[in-house]
Design a protein around this ligand. Structure first.
Ligand code: ARG
Ligand code: ASP
Length: 712
């Protein structure tokens, strides 16, 4: 018996080691040039990142907070995903002039459309400031004291670093707070919409194809950065001029083949690759199942309503997409974790770690209790994590009426902020809910959510004084009464008017009488008083233990390559173009073509329609220089380790030419955020030749094509 376990552990351990040979999101100033060369890169690390001379990094910008974009012309032309530009494109759309449906191509500079609040941020330099930030920090400090010292050190260090007046310093923790880096950045605030394909190209396959390979989406849109007369960042002004970048990307139409070197440069959001088995267990057993089941229920209602009613279909399209995006990812994540034995691998790894401690008494003194402590903290936090997940999904993400109540409760409860300013911001958020809100539909979703909360959350986290709504019909009946008489649903009075004109006292009085507001209040209070405080206490403990565990892992496995988890800072990931085998007897090739678009074509379908012009291009094979072997490339796969935030990231060949635009991952590999496995984790990119075909032959925008530097 013992033998079997040991050999199992060893098998997993070996797999784990080989799994580590792929993947990684590396800081661009600390690249392993040798390894990259061995894998096939032909340019130097300095060409990728140089803080003194122009380099590729000067063409890579964080886009709108959550995406990546790249400069592709000497006049500041900026490429990103369609789904990253989506809300900007939507904001210029109306029923009569629907840019989402028909696409948009500015005919000249003057027709390029400004977007309030849209920003593009470049990184100018990266510096290791670990010593400055951890100065005075010792192991014996309490978490609170430690955080205080670090906060002061960050403030001190940030002002001490040389920068120009229009630049910003951001200091971020790496390896769970064991290292710190400073980023000198420059943010442009005049970013205009230049071009977008119709949704039938940019969002082809929509939710059905989301996270899925084979894929056929032209997920791109084009913007332009404008600067002041000195080529510096400036607020929007009609006098601003196209930005002249330090560097812009050449675009390659060269053929691609299996095994080609590929690297991706961008701003990945969050990964958690070094968690303990206990932490991973909590995601598998508690967090993912809760989120999936709630969203599953809410999406079923949305889907039915959207099919029944055209207007609702438009109103709820973006919301559906965003709720479904997480839902589908987490389902894939759970399956992938199971399929790759992620938990067993973590356990095997922990066995190795323990072995290391056993042979190093000094380290054992320090870290001997670590895994047991992590186990205990996670075990004890399950209930708070579960309740918190339920609260967020029920009262925030899925029910918009409950969310409005939460906004209002936050507004009235926070006595330290400037009330009028906060009220304006709440008003803006509620207005943006109302833009696409259907009270009856939301009533149905809210009732379902409420019944699931009643059914699955422990009694101590239920709102006192409320009867139980486990039965959906009871919840439905009860809420429909509240809905009829509430300001929030718009059925009785006008919430926006009240928000515009009333003082804090008046608003409090009005809302106290509102049935929806009053109903949500005790739930909000349970969350604030019983869930959140415990949740934060356990969060603090796990943060601190995870930081120590990370440090211990770095010590225990000096030969293993540890990349720092993603944290929305600039990273490079490298690998090769490659297919994968998701199941027994199935192999997916890494290239898709326009032929596949036509195979999926369903006339007038909202996900799989194809416009006549693209059909014509396909039937005449009018692909120009963009074809490969007579076919028109559309999407392709590589082993680049990416995550949310990498959307819009440039993908390069070995020479640093732009070859594609990252936009997604394959479903079987979405667990890469927790357990990257090179055997099935693949990122999905739009082939740049498809982007060029659409600009050139579909939009016939010669002016854009002529700005580019095309490598043949
Ligand atoms: N799954 C991709 C990423 O996470 C694309 C999402 C946008 N597309 C969509 N159909 N919702 O975020
Ligand atoms: N689609 C993601 C994004 O929007 C990328 C990913 O999660 O792979 O950033």
């Amino acid at each position: 018996m013992q033998k079997v376990t040991l050999s199992l552990i060893l098998t997993f351990a070996i797999q784990f080691v080989s799994a580590q040979q792929g993947g990684g999101m590396w800081l661009p100033n600390r690249l392993n040039e040798n390894e990259m060369k061995q894998m096939g890169i032909k340019i130097s690390a300095r060409q990728i990142f140089d803080s003194e001379k122009p380099s590729i990094k000067d063409a890579v910008a964080q886009f709108g907070g959550g995406c990546t974009s790249e400069v592709i012309s000497p006049q500041g032309l900026l490429l990103t995903n369609h789904h990253c530009g989506y809300s900007s494109i939507q904001s210029h759309s109306s029923v009569d002039n629907n840019l989402l449906t028909y696409g948009f191509w500015a005919k000249d500079f003057d027709s390029e459309l400004p977007n309030k609040g849209l920003k593009a941020t470049f990184v100018l330099d990266i510096q290791d400031v670990t010593n400055q930030i951890l100065d005075g920090v010792t192991d014996s400090l309490t978490e609170e004291k430690r955080n205080q010292i670090i906060k002061t050190n960050i403030e001190k260090t940030a002002v001490s670093l040389p920068k120009e007046s229009w630049q910003t310093v951001k200091i971020e923790p790496f390896y769970n707070g064991n290292q710190y880096y400073a980023f000198i950045t420059e943010t442009f605030e005049d970013v205009r919409l230049v071009g977008a394909p119709p949704s039938s190209v940019g969002k082809f396959g929509s939710d059905t194809d989301n996270w899925v390979w084979p894929r056929h989406t032209g997920d791109f849109s084009i913007f332009r950065i404008y600067a002041d007369k000195n080529n510096r960042p400036a607020q929007y002004s009609k006098d601003n001029i196209p930005y002249q970048p330090k560097y812009f990307l050449p675009v390659s139409v060269k053929p691609k083949k299996l095994g080609d070197f590929s690297f991706v440069y961008g701003f990945p959001g969050t990964t958690d690759e070094y968690l303990s088995a206990s932490a991973l267990g909590q995601i598998i057993d508690v967090i993912d199942p809760a989120r999936i089941s709630l969203r599953d229920a809410s999406l079923k209602i949305l889907d039915r309503k959207m099919r029944e009613n055209k207007e609702i279909k438009i109103k709820y399209a973006a919301k559906y997409a965003s709720i479904a995006n997480g839902w589908k990812k987490w389902i894939g994540e759970l399956q992938g974790l199971k399929q790759t034995n992620a938990l067993q691998k973590k356990q095997a790894y922990e066995a190795e770690f323990t072995q290391f401690l056993n042979s190093h008494p000094k380290e054992k003194d320090k870290y001997g209790n670590l895994l047991a402590s992590l186990n205990e903290v996670y075990r004890n936090s399950h209930r708070y994590v579960k309740a918190n997940t339920y609260f967020n999904e029920v009262f925030y993400t899925n029910s918009e009426t409950f969310r409005m109540a939460v906004f209002l409760l936050n507004l009235l409860n926070n006595k330290t902020q400037d009330f009028d300013k906060a009220k304006e911001s709440v008003k803006g958020r509620i207005l943006s809910i109302y833009k696409n809100y259907d009270a009856d539909l939301d009533g149905e979703v809210s009732a379902k959510m409420l019944s699931m909360y009643s059914l699955n959350v422990e009694p101590m986290f239920q709102a006192a004084g409320h009867e139980n709504y486990e039965k959906e019909e009871t919840a439905q009946l009860f809420l429909s009464d509240l809905w009829k008489n509430s300001l929030l649903t718009g059925k009785k009075g006008n919430l926006i008017d009240s928000l515009s004109s009333k003082s804090r006292e008046q608003l409090t009085e009005i809302l106290q009488k509102d049935p929806v507001f009053s109903f949500v209040k005790p739930y909000y209070e349970v969350h604030a008083n019983k869930i959140t405080p415990n949740y934060y206490v356990s969060q603090d403990k796990t943060d601190s233990l995870q930081r120590i565990y990370m440090k211990a892992q770095l010590k225990a496995f000096p030969n293993k390559k540890f990349f720092p988890d993603a944290n929305s800072t600039l990273r490079v990931t490298y690998g090769k173009i490659d297919g994968y085998s998701p199941r027994d007897a199935v192999y997916y090739k890494p290239f898709s073509t326009l032929k596949g678009v036509m195979e999926k074509y369903v006339p007038n379908d909202y996900e799989f329609d194809v416009s006549q012009k693209l059909i014509d291009l396909y039937s005449t094979k009018n692909y120009g220089i963009y074809a490969q072997d007579g076919e028109m490339p559309v999407n392709y796969l590589a082993t680049n380790h990416t995550t949310g935030g990498n959307s819009g990231s440039p993908a390069f060949d070995a020479y640093g030419n732009l070859t594609g635009l990252n936009f997604d991952r394959v479903w079987e590999g979405t667990m890469s955020d927790l357990n990257y496995d090179p055997s099935i984790c693949r990122n999905i990119m739009v082939d740049i030749r498809y982007v060029l075909l659409i600009i050139d032959k579909y939009a016939e925008s010669d002016r854009l094509i002529s700005e580019l530097k095309i490598v043949k």
